[in-house]
Write a protein that binds this ligand. Structure first.
Ligand SMILES: [Zn+2]
Length: 63
């Protein structure tokens, strides 16, 4: 499932793979994944809305 984030390795926005969502104490979500290009670990803050959308898409893919 594609989700973009800022890669510190490429210094560009890249797609993340192996994304894991976790909830933060503030109620937002943290998406952690790996850069598809260079393999650097990436993290990105998602709003609740973005996280819900991402989960929905993930479910559709796994059907
Ligand atoms: Zn990268």
């Amino acid at each position: 499932m594609a989700l973009e984030g800022r890669c510190m390795g490429c210094r560009k926005n890249r797609e993340m793979r192996d994304v894991n969502l976790s909830k933060t104490k503030r109620g937002t979500f943290m998406a952690k994944g790996t850069c598809t290009k260079c393999g650097t670990k990436m993290a990105r803050i998602l709003s609740v809305t973005q996280a819900e959308e991402f989960k929905k898409k993930q479910k559709e893919v796994s059907k």
